[in-house]
Design a protein around this ligand. Structure first.
Ligand code: SF4
Length: 336
Protein backbone atom coordinates (compact mmCIF):
# COMPACT_ATOMS: atom_id res chain seq x y z
CA UNK A 1 0.00 0.00 0.00
CA UNK A 2 1.40 3.38 -0.93
CA UNK A 3 2.55 5.52 1.90
CA UNK A 4 0.60 8.61 0.91
CA UNK A 5 1.05 10.62 4.11
CA UNK A 6 4.79 10.25 4.05
CA UNK A 7 4.93 11.20 0.38
CA UNK A 8 2.86 14.31 0.91
CA UNK A 9 4.87 15.66 3.80
CA UNK A 10 8.35 15.53 2.34
CA UNK A 11 8.93 17.64 -0.76
CA UNK A 12 10.20 15.63 -3.72
CA UNK A 13 13.28 17.83 -4.09
CA UNK A 14 14.45 16.89 -0.57
CA UNK A 15 14.47 13.20 -1.43
CA UNK A 16 17.33 11.46 -3.15
CA UNK A 17 15.46 8.16 -3.31
CA UNK A 18 11.91 7.02 -2.98
CA UNK A 19 10.80 3.42 -3.16
CA UNK A 20 7.12 2.84 -3.90
CA UNK A 21 5.47 -0.55 -3.37
CA UNK A 22 8.59 -2.42 -4.38
CA UNK A 23 8.46 -6.21 -4.63
CA UNK A 24 11.15 -8.72 -5.43
CA UNK A 25 10.01 -12.31 -5.85
CA UNK A 26 12.26 -15.19 -6.86
CA UNK A 27 10.29 -17.90 -8.72
CA UNK A 28 10.60 -21.54 -7.74
CA UNK A 29 10.35 -23.75 -10.80
CA UNK A 30 9.03 -27.29 -10.76
CA UNK A 31 7.47 -30.09 -12.77
CA UNK A 32 8.26 -31.39 -16.24
CA UNK A 33 7.75 -27.98 -17.91
CA UNK A 34 9.67 -26.11 -15.23
CA UNK A 35 6.74 -23.81 -14.53
CA UNK A 36 6.71 -21.38 -11.61
CA UNK A 37 5.12 -23.34 -8.76
CA UNK A 38 5.72 -20.78 -5.99
CA UNK A 39 7.58 -17.57 -5.25
CA UNK A 40 10.09 -16.65 -2.60
CA UNK A 41 8.71 -13.27 -1.53
CA UNK A 42 12.01 -11.72 -0.50
CA UNK A 43 10.71 -8.13 -0.66
CA UNK A 44 6.97 -7.70 -0.50
CA UNK A 45 5.48 -4.23 -0.97
CA UNK A 46 7.95 -1.86 0.64
CA UNK A 47 7.69 1.95 0.48
CA UNK A 48 9.97 4.57 2.02
CA UNK A 49 12.17 7.51 1.07
CA UNK A 50 15.65 8.75 1.89
CA UNK A 51 16.43 12.46 2.14
CA UNK A 52 19.52 14.04 0.63
CA UNK A 53 22.47 13.75 3.03
CA UNK A 54 20.59 11.30 5.26
CA UNK A 55 21.35 7.77 6.43
CA UNK A 56 18.41 5.40 6.60
CA UNK A 57 19.23 2.25 8.55
CA UNK A 58 17.50 -1.01 7.73
CA UNK A 59 17.55 -3.77 10.36
CA UNK A 60 16.08 -7.21 10.72
CA UNK A 61 17.00 -10.84 11.21
CA UNK A 62 18.98 -12.74 8.64
CA UNK A 63 16.70 -13.68 5.72
CA UNK A 64 14.22 -10.82 6.26
CA UNK A 65 14.93 -9.42 2.80
CA UNK A 66 16.98 -6.36 3.69
CA UNK A 67 19.96 -7.24 1.47
CA UNK A 68 17.66 -8.19 -1.42
CA UNK A 69 15.95 -4.84 -1.02
CA UNK A 70 19.31 -3.01 -1.08
CA UNK A 71 20.43 -4.91 -4.18
CA UNK A 72 17.11 -4.30 -5.92
CA UNK A 73 17.41 -0.57 -5.25
CA UNK A 74 20.99 -0.60 -6.57
CA UNK A 75 19.55 -2.46 -9.59
CA UNK A 76 21.71 -5.55 -9.17
CA UNK A 77 18.32 -7.30 -9.20
CA UNK A 78 15.38 -6.53 -11.42
CA UNK A 79 12.38 -5.52 -9.29
CA UNK A 80 9.26 -7.68 -9.75
CA UNK A 81 6.96 -4.71 -9.22
CA UNK A 82 7.03 -1.12 -7.97
CA UNK A 83 8.89 2.12 -8.55
CA UNK A 84 12.38 3.22 -7.51
CA UNK A 85 12.52 7.00 -7.90
CA UNK A 86 16.11 8.19 -7.84
CA UNK A 87 16.62 11.94 -8.07
CA UNK A 88 13.15 12.29 -9.59
CA UNK A 89 13.50 9.51 -12.20
CA UNK A 90 12.04 5.98 -12.02
CA UNK A 91 15.04 3.67 -12.39
CA UNK A 92 13.12 0.41 -11.85
CA UNK A 93 13.10 -0.45 -15.55
CA UNK A 94 16.48 0.97 -16.58
CA UNK A 95 18.61 -1.06 -18.96
CA UNK A 96 21.75 -0.59 -21.07
CA UNK A 97 23.30 2.88 -21.08
CA UNK A 98 20.74 4.20 -18.59
CA UNK A 99 21.78 1.57 -16.08
CA UNK A 100 25.46 2.28 -16.73
CA UNK A 101 24.85 5.98 -16.05
CA UNK A 102 23.03 5.11 -12.84
CA UNK A 103 26.06 3.13 -11.60
CA UNK A 104 28.01 6.36 -11.59
CA UNK A 105 25.62 7.93 -9.11
CA UNK A 106 24.62 4.94 -7.03
CA UNK A 107 27.17 2.53 -5.62
CA UNK A 108 27.13 -0.43 -3.26
CA UNK A 109 29.55 -1.50 -0.53
CA UNK A 110 29.40 -5.22 0.21
CA UNK A 111 29.64 -7.08 3.47
CA UNK A 112 32.66 -9.21 2.88
CA UNK A 113 35.77 -7.36 1.74
CA UNK A 114 37.54 -10.73 1.36
CA UNK A 115 35.27 -12.01 -1.40
CA UNK A 116 34.13 -8.75 -2.98
CA UNK A 117 37.65 -7.68 -4.02
CA UNK A 118 39.32 -9.48 -6.92
CA UNK A 119 42.48 -11.07 -5.43
CA UNK A 120 44.30 -10.78 -8.79
CA UNK A 121 43.85 -7.02 -9.03
CA UNK A 122 45.92 -4.45 -7.20
CA UNK A 123 44.33 -1.47 -5.45
CA UNK A 124 45.03 0.79 -8.41
CA UNK A 125 42.93 -1.42 -10.72
CA UNK A 126 40.21 -2.21 -8.16
CA UNK A 127 39.58 1.47 -7.45
CA UNK A 128 40.37 2.90 -10.88
CA UNK A 129 38.91 0.54 -13.49
CA UNK A 130 35.39 1.96 -13.23
CA UNK A 131 36.75 5.51 -13.68
CA UNK A 132 38.30 4.43 -16.98
CA UNK A 133 35.11 2.63 -18.04
CA UNK A 134 33.16 5.85 -17.45
CA UNK A 135 35.81 8.00 -19.20
CA UNK A 136 36.32 10.05 -16.07
CA UNK A 137 40.12 10.04 -16.32
CA UNK A 138 42.86 9.47 -18.87
CA UNK A 139 45.29 6.60 -18.44
CA UNK A 140 48.64 7.47 -16.89
CA UNK A 141 49.36 10.21 -14.42
CA UNK A 142 45.83 11.55 -14.14
CA UNK A 143 44.53 8.06 -13.38
CA UNK A 144 47.14 7.39 -10.69
CA UNK A 145 46.63 10.78 -9.06
CA UNK A 146 42.88 10.27 -8.89
CA UNK A 147 43.24 6.75 -7.38
CA UNK A 148 45.64 8.10 -4.75
CA UNK A 149 43.28 10.96 -3.97
CA UNK A 150 40.38 8.53 -3.41
CA UNK A 151 42.28 5.98 -1.29
CA UNK A 152 43.80 8.74 0.86
CA UNK A 153 40.29 10.01 1.54
CA UNK A 154 39.55 6.51 2.83
CA UNK A 155 42.53 6.40 5.19
CA UNK A 156 44.99 4.49 2.99
CA UNK A 157 48.34 5.76 1.68
CA UNK A 158 49.77 6.36 -1.78
CA UNK A 159 52.22 3.43 -1.44
CA UNK A 160 49.25 1.05 -1.11
CA UNK A 161 48.15 1.40 -4.72
CA UNK A 162 50.25 -1.44 -6.12
CA UNK A 163 49.44 -3.89 -3.33
CA UNK A 164 46.94 -6.73 -3.55
CA UNK A 165 43.95 -7.43 -1.26
CA UNK A 166 45.69 -10.27 0.64
CA UNK A 167 48.36 -7.81 1.79
CA UNK A 168 45.83 -5.82 3.84
CA UNK A 169 44.00 -6.33 7.13
CA UNK A 170 40.19 -6.78 7.16
CA UNK A 171 39.59 -3.14 8.06
CA UNK A 172 41.93 -1.92 5.32
CA UNK A 173 40.24 -4.17 2.79
CA UNK A 174 36.89 -2.63 3.62
CA UNK A 175 38.50 0.80 3.16
CA UNK A 176 39.45 -0.37 -0.35
CA UNK A 177 35.79 -1.40 -0.85
CA UNK A 178 34.69 2.08 0.25
CA UNK A 179 37.28 3.70 -2.07
CA UNK A 180 36.01 1.63 -5.00
CA UNK A 181 32.48 2.85 -4.27
CA UNK A 182 33.64 6.47 -4.05
CA UNK A 183 35.78 6.45 -7.19
CA UNK A 184 32.89 7.49 -9.44
CA UNK A 185 31.89 10.31 -7.11
CA UNK A 186 28.41 8.95 -6.36
CA UNK A 187 25.73 10.73 -4.37
CA UNK A 188 24.01 7.63 -2.97
CA UNK A 189 25.49 4.45 -1.49
CA UNK A 190 23.85 1.20 -0.44
CA UNK A 191 26.03 -0.14 2.38
CA UNK A 192 25.10 -3.81 2.77
CA UNK A 193 26.35 -5.05 6.16
CA UNK A 194 29.63 -3.20 5.57
CA UNK A 195 31.13 -3.88 9.01
CA UNK A 196 29.63 -7.28 9.88
CA UNK A 197 32.73 -9.21 8.82
CA UNK A 198 35.05 -6.98 10.88
CA UNK A 199 36.26 -7.21 14.48
CA UNK A 200 34.26 -5.00 16.83
CA UNK A 201 37.35 -2.83 17.46
CA UNK A 202 37.62 -2.09 13.73
CA UNK A 203 33.89 -1.61 13.11
CA UNK A 204 33.71 1.85 14.65
CA UNK A 205 36.69 3.04 12.56
CA UNK A 206 34.90 2.10 9.33
CA UNK A 207 31.60 3.56 10.57
CA UNK A 208 33.34 6.83 11.46
CA UNK A 209 35.00 6.86 8.03
CA UNK A 210 31.57 6.50 6.37
CA UNK A 211 30.19 9.33 8.50
CA UNK A 212 33.17 11.61 7.74
CA UNK A 213 32.82 10.93 4.01
CA UNK A 214 29.11 11.66 4.21
CA UNK A 215 29.83 15.06 5.73
CA UNK A 216 32.58 15.90 3.25
CA UNK A 217 30.79 14.72 0.12
CA UNK A 218 27.10 15.16 1.03
CA UNK A 219 26.45 11.44 0.53
CA UNK A 220 23.18 9.68 1.32
CA UNK A 221 23.23 6.10 2.60
CA UNK A 222 20.93 3.13 2.84
CA UNK A 223 22.73 1.30 5.63
CA UNK A 224 21.78 -2.36 6.05
CA UNK A 225 22.69 -4.36 9.13
CA UNK A 226 21.37 -7.08 11.44
CA UNK A 227 23.09 -5.29 14.33
CA UNK A 228 20.93 -2.66 16.05
CA UNK A 229 23.90 -1.11 17.86
CA UNK A 230 25.73 -0.54 14.57
CA UNK A 231 22.63 0.95 12.92
CA UNK A 232 22.07 3.23 15.89
CA UNK A 233 25.60 4.60 15.56
CA UNK A 234 25.25 5.77 11.98
CA UNK A 235 21.55 6.26 11.10
CA UNK A 236 19.21 9.27 11.20
CA UNK A 237 16.07 7.18 10.71
CA UNK A 238 15.63 3.42 10.97
CA UNK A 239 13.30 0.92 9.34
CA UNK A 240 12.72 -2.53 10.82
CA UNK A 241 12.10 -5.37 8.37
CA UNK A 242 10.28 -8.61 8.95
CA UNK A 243 9.57 -11.22 6.27
CA UNK A 244 10.10 -8.87 3.35
CA UNK A 245 8.17 -5.88 4.73
CA UNK A 246 8.95 -2.82 6.86
CA UNK A 247 6.96 -3.14 10.10
CA UNK A 248 8.14 0.06 11.77
CA UNK A 249 10.04 3.16 10.67
CA UNK A 250 10.94 6.23 12.73
CA UNK A 251 13.75 8.59 13.60
CA UNK A 252 16.49 6.98 15.67
CA UNK A 253 15.48 8.43 19.04
CA UNK A 254 11.84 7.43 18.65
CA UNK A 255 12.65 3.93 17.47
CA UNK A 256 15.00 3.20 20.37
CA UNK A 257 12.94 4.90 23.10
CA UNK A 258 9.32 4.65 21.99
CA UNK A 259 9.02 1.73 19.60
CA UNK A 260 5.46 0.50 19.09
CA UNK A 261 5.75 -2.73 17.12
CA UNK A 262 6.16 -5.93 19.19
CA UNK A 263 8.87 -7.17 16.81
CA UNK A 264 10.96 -4.00 17.17
CA UNK A 265 10.61 -4.19 20.93
CA UNK A 266 11.75 -7.82 20.94
CA UNK A 267 14.82 -6.97 18.84
CA UNK A 268 15.70 -4.02 21.08
CA UNK A 269 15.30 -6.00 24.28
CA UNK A 270 17.77 -8.58 22.98
CA UNK A 271 20.64 -6.01 22.76
CA UNK A 272 23.06 -6.73 25.63
CA UNK A 273 23.58 -3.84 28.08
CA UNK A 274 27.04 -2.94 29.34
CA UNK A 275 25.82 -2.11 32.85
CA UNK A 276 24.85 -5.35 34.69
CA UNK A 277 22.83 -3.40 37.29
CA UNK A 278 20.45 -2.28 34.51
CA UNK A 279 18.04 -5.13 34.07
CA UNK A 280 16.13 -4.94 30.80
CA UNK A 281 12.63 -6.24 30.49
CA UNK A 282 12.79 -8.95 27.84
CA UNK A 283 10.07 -8.71 25.22
CA UNK A 284 8.93 -12.20 24.31
CA UNK A 285 8.93 -13.57 20.79
CA UNK A 286 7.78 -17.10 20.07
CA UNK A 287 8.76 -19.73 17.52
CA UNK A 288 10.91 -19.53 14.45
CA UNK A 289 10.83 -17.09 11.55
CA UNK A 290 8.34 -18.53 8.98
CA UNK A 291 9.23 -19.29 5.38
CA UNK A 292 8.94 -16.42 2.93
CA UNK A 293 7.40 -18.86 0.43
CA UNK A 294 4.43 -19.77 2.62
CA UNK A 295 3.92 -16.38 4.26
CA UNK A 296 1.44 -16.23 7.20
CA UNK A 297 -1.94 -14.66 6.43
CA UNK A 298 -2.98 -11.31 7.95
CA UNK A 299 -0.14 -9.84 9.97
CA UNK A 300 3.00 -11.74 8.94
CA UNK A 301 4.23 -11.56 12.53
CA UNK A 302 1.14 -13.16 14.10
CA UNK A 303 2.71 -16.62 14.40
CA UNK A 304 5.37 -15.20 16.75
CA UNK A 305 3.53 -12.37 18.45
CA UNK A 306 2.35 -12.84 22.05
CA UNK A 307 -0.24 -10.08 21.55
CA UNK A 308 -1.86 -11.65 18.45
CA UNK A 309 -5.64 -11.74 18.36
CA UNK A 310 -8.02 -13.29 15.81
CA UNK A 311 -8.02 -10.19 13.60
CA UNK A 312 -4.23 -10.45 13.26
CA UNK A 313 -4.57 -13.82 11.54
CA UNK A 314 -6.99 -12.51 8.94
CA UNK A 315 -6.41 -8.83 8.23
CA UNK A 316 -3.15 -7.31 7.00
CA UNK A 317 -2.41 -4.32 9.27
CA UNK A 318 -2.12 -1.00 7.48
CA UNK A 319 1.31 0.66 7.49
CA UNK A 320 0.17 3.90 9.07
CA UNK A 321 1.62 7.08 10.52
CA UNK A 322 0.93 6.91 14.26
CA UNK A 323 2.80 10.12 15.04
CA UNK A 324 4.55 12.49 12.64
CA UNK A 325 7.28 10.47 10.93
CA UNK A 326 6.57 7.32 12.95
CA UNK A 327 5.13 4.51 10.82
CA UNK A 328 3.94 1.19 12.20
CA UNK A 329 2.20 -1.84 10.78
CA UNK A 330 0.26 -3.30 13.72
CA UNK A 331 -3.48 -3.35 14.49
CA UNK A 332 -2.80 -2.53 18.12
CA UNK A 333 0.08 -0.05 17.86
CA UNK A 334 -0.09 2.34 20.81
CA UNK A 335 -2.40 0.02 22.76
CA UNK A 336 0.01 -2.77 23.72
FE1 SF4 B 1 1.09 -8.67 16.88
FE2 SF4 B 1 -1.34 -8.39 15.84
FE3 SF4 B 1 0.29 -6.30 15.96
FE4 SF4 B 1 0.79 -8.26 14.26
S1 SF4 B 1 -0.98 -6.88 14.21
S2 SF4 B 1 2.25 -7.28 15.57
S3 SF4 B 1 0.11 -10.01 15.43
S4 SF4 B 1 -0.59 -7.42 17.70
Amino acid sequence: MENKLENLKTPQEDKILEVRNIKKYFPIKGGFLQRTVANIKAVDDVSFYIKKGETLGLVGESGCGKSTLGRTIARLYEPTEGEIIYDGVDIAGLKGQGLKDLRKNMQIIFQDPYSSLNPRMNVSTIVGEAMLAHNMVNKGREYTERVIEVIEKCGLSDYHIYRYPHQFSGGQRQRIGVARALALDPSFIVADEPVSALDVSIQSQVLNLLMDLQEQMGLSYLFISHDLSVVKHISNRIGVMYLGAIVELADKRTLYNDSLHPYTRALLSAIPVADPTRIKEMQPIIGEIPSNVDVPSGCKFHTRCVYAKDVCKEVIPEYREIKPGHFVSCHFAGEI
